[in-house]
Structures are given as structure tokens and as C-alpha cells.
Design a protein around this ligand. Structure first.
Ligand code: 26M
Length: 798
């Protein structure tokens, strides 16, 4: 930066090449002649990162000068996606970089293929965190994301005989050129021990060391950061005495235990694991991040009275909820504030986003475990609980049952701390992630709390980054959209997509739109342009009902064999997604999909018309390839179970038409794209809840619907390699998510999908209108809503 007397970075092709060369020599320590593709990749990454770092310096200076209110996002997961392409785009070097590489004799495609995505999350919750960071930076909001730098990200998925097999994802094996280690900003944190007269005396300490990743905004100077903590053993943890005695394993035992805290991401997704290491991870994230936030605040020399005015901390689900008792501890025990003043600061600082409706996904921790690991925090939780229950008793005298329900401590069958109740109690705002979800939270999950504190609850509907999921994922369609709209301003104001509405009536535009779909399919290796590409990409979970899609596929297969007139149109069904390693039922569904796929592929009558493809290891990189190619978006969860969904938004923005239930954000998508451009089916949330509450008999649907019966019977009889009988059996016996009840409505709607596909002009119109009316689902709008309803922070332009 010139202001600091720095030499400016190159902006012409020749200068960019000079910068590359200089980095290759002086930072990578090699030469053009001896450089490998990996050397070239690392060097390119450094050269691009330098440009962002210069902007980061200007951003930090602007933030320092304006002393703004800060948004801190605490999340155990970030699914940032591949960094190279995005950082090329955001640094304006998309054309410069490959040209410079080529002129130095490297193959740009080979170099780009070395970029590894950091898979530091499970699914929607982690990807939402990444989209919000992108939008915060794009909107010039002073913000920092805090997370954990897991050594091993979400497992790699392989199929062996159709079964999911997990292998470790050592994503940073080659090093990660995008991150800046910041060992100076280490914090020492404690675990175990006891509470003495002067507060907590930990029995074990470890260090948290941050790595900084740059988060650039699009079309602005701002570059924000995310800080990811890794656990480090303290210098004293190596036991030299044991080492000298030849006890080598014992000598490093304590160090290994300490560093295990950030070793691996829990791949659980929606089911509680109850492992102490997970609780340690959560406290580790919370404690390191709060110390960092306080260090940054102290730097500005203000008193605690000013803290909440300058700070809002968003809790991404309950995973970081220990931040509430931790900040109480820091304020009361270390800063010597009185309890009431501390509680008022805490209550004005935190806000909580809930991402689920599954009761089994609400985190609780055994009181014994929490008390052993964090004895002072348990005392603080008890004291918060006394205040809460006092308030409940005075508002609702003699309502013992209400007190029992709202308590932070569950008593039966064992004593556990209810993290969601703690999160609601210690925050000023609680939001769901789609309209329907937020309504269900106040009417069911948090009904008692919403009665006590109605103003605390709000909605912020999720969104997705149009930069990553349209521009980067689908460059061809993006160019077409820009030419149709006459500018690329839509990338920063997605509501401008409405301007595509008249173009849906333009035959030449429709034909170009179809060409882009065809091109994306060809790039995926799904070249048959006549076949409808039917896509279901998401984590495997029974409530999401991949098994319903499977019953439909088997029905189509049976029609091909015995009633071809009812088959419909050629289809390729694409599945993508992982199952939690311990989730047996979800793994059975995966295995059955692969078996059905093989059976159909081996059948000469069917294989030309119906294909089932299931690429392994679905992740952000793969999503960016699949989404542009999709014609049909499967959003078929049991109504009332999917909090929002965000894949549904990405697919609609890329011109896929949705078949879906009235669940999560599907409701809002349908409201906007119009009922004519959305294939609705199935029970709505109230009807589904009512049916589940009565005596639901899945067998009655099986017995009265011949097509359903033959689909289920085929599985039971072992027609698909003798695999997956347990999937069919569980549908007949229990069918927890009403798959059989919604089957007929789903299959009939799919017949209408096929009919619509036959009229390609009509389909293309629907496709264009889906994109045109989906501008609301930009994460920029989501951030605007968070700012307005919760964060109340203002932009600062560098
Ligand atoms: C819990 C315990 C132990 C280990 C892991 C977990 C856990 C991890 C991730 C539990 C839930 C996790 O994520 C849930 C999630 O991704 N929810 C999704 O959030 C999206 C963003 O709001 C929504 O769009 C989806 O509907 C919702 O399912």
C-alpha cells in the first residue's frame, strides 16, 4: 500500500508474472526450471493472497479509525469451499493468473486442480456460515468469524460394493497457502480442576493458536477475516523425565491429548453424540474466541459499560452456547463485575440462531460430565437457572410443570444441561432460519419461552451467495444473465434478477438458456441432453426422505418393464450426500440406491431411459458442478422437519424447478416463483403432525396402492442384489417420516413433471422464472435482515 510506503502489487500481465516469479524464488524457494505443479499452485495462491492482504490492511486501518460496532460469528463449522477460484475472482486476477502461469510454462488447469477445499463442516449449517461471511464482507460490515481449524475435515466418502466407506480428510497435508498462522495471538485455556476461593483452578491447560483466513467482499475493498483455532500443547507438556526413562509414548501422552481437541470434525449432523471430546471442542472454540474479542475490545480502551454497544456475538446453533457462562465467568471472577451487571452485559451481547426442528438434535450434556470438565461453568449455569426459574414462578405461580419444562436442567432419566434453553435465556434475540421454521419454534420447541419473552423471537430466512453459487459455479449462465439484464449489478443486488421476467417470453433467450443447461450437463459427463436431470443433493437423513425418491425410481423402472406408456420421459436421477458414519439406517439407504442403480444399468430395456448416478464424496466443489446442470430440484422432506434448506435456493437460482413439500424455505420459494412454476405435493406440516399423532398405519397405504406395493415388495424380495430389505421393512413397520403416506401424491406430481418436460418451451419458461423470482434468497438479503432485526451494525468503507 502506498500509504505505508509499500511497493504496489502488479496489475499488468507482465507485472503479475514478475510477482509470481518473485514469490516462486523468494517464498517458495525454487526456480521455474525445477518447480512442480504443487510449487506453481502454492506460488499462485501466495500471489493472489498478497493482493487480498493489501486490501485487508486498508480494511483494518478503516476499522481502527471508525471504532465501529462489530459482528462476531461463532460457529463450530465453516464449509468455505475451494478458495482459489473465488480469490481470483475477488482480486480481479481471473484472466491475469492463467496467462501468467502459461507464459512461465505451467498448465493452469493442472495447477488449479491442486486447490483443496477445507471441509470444516457437515452440511447446511456450515455452508450458511460461509455464505454469511461472504455477504458481510461484500456489504462492508466489520465482522470476524470464529471457528475451529480441524486437522481432519468431514470424512471422504467412497463406495465399496455400494456401501459408504469413510476415510480421513487430511485436507492440509500439503500445507494451506491461504492461511496466516498467528502464533502471537495464542490464548491459554483451562479444563477440569476445582473451584477455589478465588474462582476456578483448572487441572489442565492447553493453548489455542489461531490461523487467519482472508474473507474478501465482492466489488468492494473490504477484506474481513475468519480466525480458526487449533489446539497446541503447552511447552511444559513434554515429559522429559519419562522420555529419559525410555517411556516414549507416555512422554508425549499429555501433548497428544491436548492436540486431539482440534484433530477431527464430528461428522454427526443433527444427532447428539454425547462425547466429552466434542464438549471440549465447544469450550475450546468459545474460550479462545471470547478472549480474542475481549483483547480486541481492550485495545480500544473503553469500559465494560460500552462493551455490548460495540459487540454482538451470534451463536450458530447451540454448539458455542458455553460462551454465555464463559463470559459471565470472565466478567464476574476475573473482571470483578457484580453478577447483575455482568448478566445484563451478557444478555445484550449474544444472539442465537436455531437450525433444527428435530427434538433429538437439541443438545444436552450430562451434568456430571460438564461439572467435571468445567466446574465453575456448571455453578454459573445453576445460578442462571435460579434467576430463570424465579422469573417463571413469579409469572406463573404454582405451574410446576412449566418450571420443569423450562429449567436449564433436565432431571430424567439422568441430569443433563439443556443447551437450547441456556441459549434462549442468555441472549436478546433468537431466530429460526425460515418463516415456517420460526413459527414452529415459537409454537412448539420454544413455546414456553416465547410465552415468557415474546419479543426475543424473530425470523431470518437463510440465503446463499450469488457470487459462489451463480457466478463461480455457473459462469456461462452468469454471462447470459448479465447480457440479458445489460449489466452485472445483479451480483451485488440479486433482486435485479426480476428483470429476467420478460425474457422468459423471448424465444432466442430461452434457447440460449437451454444451451447453458446442456453445456453444464456435458461438463458433468451427463451428456444426454434429452434426459431430465433430477437432482437430490443433501446429507442423508430419514427425515429428508431419500427413500421416497428411491420408491419413485423403482416405480418408474417397473413401468418401463410392464407399462411403458406410463413411464414418462428419459431421466437421469443424481444423488449426492454423506451419511453420518454411525447412522445405520441412512447408510442402508445409500447402499440400496447404489444397488438399484446397478440393477437398472444392467437392464437393456431400462438403461437408455432411466439412469441413477451417485458420485461419491459430495462436497462444495462437487455442488458447484452439479447445481448448474440440474433441471429438477428434489426438496421432499416431511413437512415440519427441514428447518430451511439452502440447496433448494441454489438450485432455483440456477434455473432448476422444484418438486417439494411445504417445508422450510420451500414455502417462501413457492410464494415467490409462483405455484405454476413449482411442483407441490404431500401433507403440510399441521396435517403431517396430526397424522403422526394419531395411529399412523403405513401398511394401509402399502396395501391399497398396487404401484407402491410392488416397489416395496421388489426391495423385500431382494430384487436389487438382495440388498436393503431393512429399508423397506422399516417403512412398513414404522415409517417415522410418513414416506408411504406421501408416496401417491409424489408420484402423481412427478407425472406432471414429465408432462411439463415434454414441452421444452414451457419448461424453459419455468426455469427462467425460477431464477428471476429467487433474488430474495441472496445471503446479502439475509445479512440485511440480521442487521435490521438483530445486529444493528453499520458498514465501514475502507
Ligand atoms: C451435533 C452433535 C455432535 C456433532 C455434530 C452435531 C451437529 C452438527 C451439525 C448437529 C447439527 C449440525 O448441523 C445441522 C444443520 O446443518 N442444519 C441445517 O441448517 C441449515 C442452515 O440453517 C438449514 O438450511 C437446514 O434445514 C438444517 O438442516
Amino acid at each position: 500500500d502506498l500509504r505505508n510506503g509499500l511497493r504496489p502489487l502488479g496489475s499488468t500481465p507482465a507485472e503479475f508474472e514478475q510477482d509470481l516469479l518473485s514469490n516462486l524464488y523468494y517464498r517458495r524457494g525454487t526456480t521455474v526450471e525445477s518447480a512442480s505443479a504443487q510449487d506453481a499452485y502454492e506460488t499462485l495462491a501466495l500471489t493472489v493472497r498478497d493482493r487480498l492482504a493489501a486490501r485487508r490492511a486498508r480494511t483494518a486501518a478503516a476499522h481502527y479509525e471508525s471504532n465501529p460496532r462489530w459482528v462476531y460469528y461463532l460457529s463450530a463449522e465453516y464449509l468455505l469451499g475451494p478458495q482459489l477460484e473465488q480469490n481470483l475472482l475477488y482480486s480481479g486476477t481471473t484472466e491475469l493468473a492463467p496467462a501468467a502461469l502459461k507464459s512461465l510454462g505451467f498448465d493452469p488447469a493442472e495447477v488449479a486442480a491442486l486447490d483443496v477445499e477445507p471441509g470444516l463442516g457437515n452440511g447446511g449449517l456450515g455452508r450458511l456460515a460461509a455464505c454469511l461471511l461472504d455477504s458481510l464482507a461484500t456489504m462492508d460490515i466489520p465482522a470476524v468469524g470464529y471457528g475451529i481449524r480441524y486437522d481432519l475435515g468431514i470424512f471422504k466418502q467412497q463406495f465399496v460394493n455400494g456401501e459408504q466407506v469413510e476415510t480421513p480428510d487430511d485436507w492440509a497435508f500439503q500445507g494451506d497457502p491461504w492461511e496466516f498462522p498467528a502464533p502471537d495471538d495464542r490464548h491459554r485455556i483451562g479444563f477440569y480442576g476445582y473451584v477455589g476461593p478465588d474462582g476456578w483452578v483448572p487441572g489442565e491447560v492447553i493453548d489455542g493458536e489461531p490461523s487467519v483466513l482472508l474473507v474478501p467482499g465482492y466489488g468492494t475493498e473490504t477484506v474481513n477475516i475468519v480466525r480458526l483455532w487449533r489446539a497446541r500443547a503447552t511447552e511444559s507438556s513434554f515429559d522429559l523425565r519419562r522420555f529419559s526413562a525410555g517411556q516414549y509414548a507416555e512422554a508425549v501422552e499429555q501433548a497428544v491429548r491436548a492436540e486431539n481437541i482440534s484433530k477431527v470434525l464430528y461428522p454427526d449432523d443433527s444427532t447428539e453424540s454425547g462425547r466429552e471430546l466434542r464438549l471440549k471442542q465447544q469450550y475450546f472454540l468459545v474460550s479462545c474466541s471470547l478472549r480474542d474479542i475481549i483483547r480486541r475490545f481492550r485495545f480500544r480502551n473503553e469500559g465494560w459499560d460500552g462493551f455490548a454497544g460495540k459487540t454482538v456475538i451470534q451463536l450458530n446453533d447451540t454448539h458455542p452456547t458455553l460462551a454465555i457462562p464463559e463470559l459471565m465467568r470472565l466478567l464476574v471472577d476475573e473482571e470483578k463485575l457484580d453478577w447483575d451487571q455482568a448478566w445484563s452485559i451478557v444478555r445484550q451481547t449474544f444472539a442465537y440462531t436455531c437450525h433444527t426442528l428435530l427434538p433429538e438434535a437439541l443438545e444436552t450434556w450430562p451434568v456430571d460430565m460438564l461439572g467435571r470438565l468445567l466446574p465453575r461453568h456448571l455453578e454459573i449455569i445453576y445460578q442462571i437457572n435460579e434467576g430463570l426459574l424465579g422469573e417463571v414462578r413469579s409469572r406463573f405461580p404454582d405451574d410446576i410443570d412449566r418450571v420443569r419444562r423450562m429449567s436449564l436442567i433436565q432431571e430424567e432419566p439422568e441430569r443433563r444441561v439443556r443447551m437450547a434453553n441456556l441459549a434462549v435465556t442468555g441472549t436478546f434475540a433468537v431466530n429460526g432460519v425460515a418463516e415456517l421454521h420460526s413459527e414452529l419454534l415459537t409454537s412448539t420447541t420454544f413455546h414456553d419461552f416465547a410465552t415468557l419473552w415474546p419479543d426475543r423471537f424473530t425470523n431470518v430466512t437463510n440465503g446463499v451467495s450469488p457470487r459462489r453459487f451463480v457466478k463461480l459455479a455457473n459462469p456461462g449462465l452468469s454471462t447470459l444473465i448479465s447480457s440479458g439484464l445489460g449489466s452485472d449489478d445483479w451480483l451485488r443486488d440479486l433482486s435485479l434478477l426480476e428483470g429476467l421476467v420478460p425474457l422468459a417470453e423471448d424465444a432466442s433467450f430461452r434457447s440460449q438458456w437451454r444451451s447453458e443447461k446442456r453445456r453444464a450437463k456435458a461438463a458433468l459427463g451427463l451428456g444426454d441432453p434429452g434426459a431430465l436431470l433430477d437432482v437430490m443433493i443433501k446429507r442423508f437423513h430419514e427425515y429428508k426422505r431419500q427413500q421416497l425418491k428411491l420408491l419413485h425410481i423403482i416405480t418408474l423402472y417397473h413401468r418401463l418393464k410392464s407399462d411403458p406408456g406410463r413411464f414418462g420421459v428419459p431421466r437421469t436421477v443424481l444423488f449426492g450426500g454423506k451419511a453420518a458414519p454411525a447412522y445405520t439406517a441412512a447408510k442402508s439407504i445409500i447402499r440400496l440406491i447404489n444397488a438399484v442403480s446397478a440393477t437398472i444399468a444392467a437392464d437393456p430395456v431400462a438403461s437408455g431411459l432411466l439412469r441413477v448416478v451417485f458420485p461419491a464424496n459430495y462436497n462444495v466443489t462437487l455442488a458447484e458442478k452439479i447445481i448448474p446442470a440440474a433441471d429438477l430440484s428434489e426438496q421432499i422432506s416431511m413437512a415440519g422437519k427441514e428447518a430451511s434448506g439452502t440447496g433448494n435456493m441454489k438450485l432455483a437460482l440456477n434455473g432448476a424447478v422444484t418438486i417439494g413439500t411445504l417445508d422450510g424455505a420451500n414455502v417462501e420459494i413457492r410464494d415467490r416463483v409462483g405455484a405454476d412454476n413449482f411442483f407441490l405435493f404431500g401433507l403440510d406440516a399441521p396435517d403431517a403432525a396430526a397424522l403422526r399423532g394419531s395411529s399412523y398405519q403405513p401398511r394401509s397405504y402399502y396395501e391399497s396402492d398396487p404401484e407402491l406395493r410392488s416397489a416395496v415388495d421388489a426391495i423385500l424380495s431382494g430384487a436389487f442384489g438382495g440388498v436393503g430389505q431393512e429399508v423397506a421393512q422399516s417403512l412398513l413397520d414404522r415409517d417415522e417420516y410418513l414416506t408411504l403416506a406421501d408416496y401417491r401424491s409424489y408420484v402423481d406430481r412427478q407425472d406432471e413433471v414429465s408432462a411439463a418436460w415434454k414441452d421444452q418451451e414451457r419448461w424453459t419458461r419455468m426455469s427462467i422464472l425460477n431464477a428471476a423470482h429467487s433474488g430474495f434468497f441472496s445471503s446479502d438479503r439475509t445479512v440485511a435482515d440480521y442487521l435490521d432485526r438483530i445486529w444493528r451494525a453499520a458498514p465501514v468503507q475502507p
